[in-house]
Design a protein. Sequence first.
Length: 155
Amino acid sequence: MTPEETAFNINTTFLGRFFLSGYLNRMDDEQLELVERGINAYRAHVQPVIGSSVPFWPLGLPAWDASVIAYGLRPDAGHPENGTLLTVWDRASQDASVRLPLEHLKGHQVSVCPIYPVAGFAQWHVEWDVPQGILEVFLPKGEYASRTFELVVED
């Protein structure tokens, strides 16, 4: 499994109740390091807010054969100070980018920070449209890859 495939799989559990299964004992050192980084990122960014977050699907619930999938956790009404967490999976699409409507952030200045995977991985360019509340994420064409971002309101 490539590093990108390993990260793709870690992101699949990242915004839920993190779990590991399979043959971890067969992973090489690089794969185990990615697992460790994923666990650390989960503990730092997801675990503190998951109990006060609400799930959302910016593109709607995905079809089985969807080429791009997006899933997020947004703050519930009682915790507006929490950031929004968003994972985007590119399943070998040919799209240059995907536009994700984030209504709860519309009209706000937002910082977008990648949280997993980070070190050693190409970072995906993102653009935030304040008035429309749309995050445009630029995708790598033709490969299975995913990124998780944290979006924090700055104003």
